[in-house]
Design a protein around this ligand. Structure first.
Ligand SMILES: Nc1ncnc2c1ncn2[C@@H]1O[C@H](COP(=O)(O)OP(=O)(O)OP(=O)(O)O)[C@@H](O)[C@H]1O
Length: 251
């Protein structure tokens, strides 16, 4: 059996007596879109922070493509191909969509910030940047200032910026949050296009999207994983249904 792209072994995060993620063990296969769902406050965002390196874990191990990365910093993890999609707040509104992605590519390559004006350098950045925009379906909006894009388009841009680091694994924390119906459809289509090209760990409250996109779903409740299975089996799991009792979003 192929080695998992990401493996969590007994991962734990606590704030004093408050245990937020508790003994989480999980293997995400290469090329899989793996969703992590759970009621509010279950620890999903904390888990993503632990995987990305934004938060240290109190115990447990994180293996990425077989390598123990538990002690690595966030930039070291990004350099190895583990990216977290940037938040909309990190988009530069006065720069075009293309320039935003070019800047992310430039940051990856570690070259100087002052690149505009040098035609050859600009081309070397713009071509891969345009590829990233095409992957997420935003190429027609490449030259629009990012601040003028709709909320859903900003989410697509966020994904393109995430792709700019050429990740093997992309961590997505609620990419559909704040999008209207049509926009959310567009982001779902974007994720469907990306699916299979790279490994994706997705946290999302929109169950319709989760169940239509995910290869497997893990369910976190009070910091503990209670199930990891196909969408169909997770949906039918009585323990999962009980955890969502009273929450209208479990469909
Ligand atoms: N820095 C912190 N200090 C203390 N408690 C925290 C801290 N960060 C998160 N928590 C607590 O950890 C728990 C899990 O939070 P987290 O944001 O990871 O949950 P979540 O599943 O992502 O929730 P939601 O679905 O509402 O976004 C919550 O009870 C939260 O109050």
């Amino acid at each position: 059996m192929a080695e998992p792209m990401l493996e969590l072994r007994n991962l734990r995060k606590n704030y004093g007596a408050l245990v937020v993620t508790d003994d989480v063990s999980l293997a995400v296969n290469s090329g899989e879109l793996h969703a992590v769902i759970g009621p509010n406050g279950a620890g999903k965002t904390t888990l993503i922070h632990q995987i990305s390196g934004m938060l240290p874990s109190n115990s447990g191990k994180i293996l990425f493509a077989g390598e123990d990365i538990t002690q690595l910093s966030m930039p070291q993890r990004v350099a190895k191909g583990l990216a977290r999609s940037f938040q909309i707040t990190s988009i530069l509104p006065g720069f075009s969509a293309l320039e935003n992605v070019s800047l992310a590519i430039q940051a990856r390559s570690g070259s100087s910030f002052r690149f505009f004006g040098n035609a050859a350098q600009e081309r070397a950045l713009n071509e891969p940047a345009m590829d990233c925009l095409t992957h997420v379906g935003l190429s027609a909006r490449a030259h629009i200032p990012a601040g003028l894009l709709s909320h859903g388009e900003k989410r697509q841009l966020e994904l393109a910026i995430g792709l700019a680091t050429e990740p093997k694994l992309l961590l997505l924390d609620e990419p559909l949050a704040g999008t209207g119906h049509d926009e959310s459809q567009r982001v779902v289509e974007t994720l469907r296009r990306l699916k299979g090209r790279l490994t994706i760990v997705l946290i999302e409250h929109d169950m319709e999207a989760v169940f239509s996109l995910a290869d497997r779903v893990s369910v976190l409740v009070y910091g503990r994983l209670i199930a990891t299975d196909t969408p169909e089996r997770v949906r039918a799991n009585p323990e999962v249904r009980a955890a969502y009792l009273g929450e209208e979003e479990m469909v």
